[in-house]
Design a protein around this ligand. Sequence first.
Ligand code: ZN
Length: 149
Amino acid sequence: MGIIQYWKSVFKKKKEIKPMPKEVDPTRVCRSLDKLVPELKIIAQKMILDLKHHNIPAKIFETSRTIERQSYLLGLGNTKTMFSRHLEGSAFDVVIYDEKDKWTWNYEKYAYIYQMIGVIGVYKHGLEWGGNWNTFKDYPHFQLPRKKG
Ligand SMILES: [Zn+2]
């Protein structure tokens, strides 16, 4: 069947079109700590407690990603790589929320809060922080360091 015939058949059968399976929906954000590797899951749980303890208005926004979502984010320019550690469950993003209780990606305005979270992630939990990267600053991003040797 050619592509034209295919689309004609799709339009004819409009009501039968199934919604996109949620596993491949690239707009879907996974926040489950269970999708992280066990070592990082434990650190993530500790970091959540740290954020509460220090009254830092932030939450884990995203943990693991599908290839579909990574490619979608690359298209939006929100990431610079298809080799993200999110794909293997070795990274999570911590995003702060503002006075109106909304997620915010305004790093300039909330730089001091992102710095605080960065300090906790790096010095308390030994994570790599995207805010320390030279090429592309990714302030919400934390990942396990690669094992040496
Ligand atoms: Zn990230």
